[in-house]
Design a protein around this ligand. Structure first.
Ligand SMILES: [Zn+2]
Length: 255
């Protein structure tokens, strides 16, 4: 049944990962669906690696619950991964705003660009274009978003960065070119002006402290059409998306 990453607890919306960190502090019968307020159960997931909330035994979400509606919408498909798509990475990540401290960035990387994002990207590529068109997710700030709106070309990302101040999460779809070393950092420019229809320069950027971890994987994603999941930004050098983990943030669409 529908898995969700946050629940209502007393007057707060709490995250399953926070419950996992401090399990003893919570009264587990008090978790509720953030939308329809029926009781939900905390679960640590396979190998204790995927904390989430799921239906309390024999308790269904109410008929007008948005989470229930989205679950029903996506659940008729054969692909077992769709359920993961509904309920994990993006709803959490879309909440994520204003990365203005080292501590927040560290937390973000740990939570949003780990195993869940890898599974999320894998499930996206396993869906048909039709399924992707129809796939909707619920974010923790109670917005229903379409996955197709989160998959963006670099030109539209740049337009959005130029027009809004808030940071946002998206999946850039583009073609990578030869990496360039800048000090101890690596920049991977996306192609533009060519057959993929992008006109503006956009780079993936592996910060120096993440280089060693990704060193052996960089070559594998060069000259490929990819999805890269992350937070785009504009700085004095141009437009970029930080790449902390190739394994978890990137998936190759065409080899
Ligand atoms: Zn509900």
């Amino acid at each position: 049944m529908a898995r969700i990453n946050s629940a209502k607890y007393e007057n707060e919306i709490i995250d399953a990962l926070d419950v996992d960190d401090d399990y003893d502090l919570f009264l587990t019968y008090k978790f509720k669906c953030p939308e329809c307020l029926v009781k939900v159960a905390f679960n640590r997931g396979i190998n204790y690696k995927d904390p989430h909330f799921k239906n309390w035994p024999k308790v269904k979400h109410l008929a007008n619950c948005e989470i229930f509606r989205l679950h029903e919408l996506n659940n008729h498909k054969d692909n077992g991964n769709v359920d993961i798509v509904i309920s994990t990475i993006l709803p959490r990540a879309d909440r994520n705003k204003n990365l203005d401290s080292v501590e927040k960035i560290r937390k973000t990387i740990k939570r949003y660009f780990g195993e869940r994002s890898r599974r999320f990207l894998n499930s996206l590529v396993s869906l048909s274009p039709d399924e992707i068109q129809n796939l909707e997710l619920r974010t923790e700030d109670k917005k229903t978003v379409r996955v197709v709106d989160l998959i963006m070309r670099q030109d539209s990302i740049i337009d959005r960065l130029d027009s809004v101040d808030d940071s946002f999460v998206c999946i850039v779809k583009g073609f990578t070119s030869k990496p360039i070393r800048i000090g101890d950092n690596i920049k991977i420019p996306m192609t533009f002006g060519g057959k993929y229809g992008n006109s503006k320069q956009f780079d993936l950027f592996v910060p120096a402290s993440y280089y060693v971890k990704n060193e052996n994987k960089i070559d594998k994603i060069i000259n490929k059409l990819i999805y890269c999941y992350g937070i785009p930004e504009k700085n004095k050098y141009g437009y970029k998306m930080d790449l902390y983990s190739i394994t978890h943030q990137v998936i190759i669409l065409e080899k």
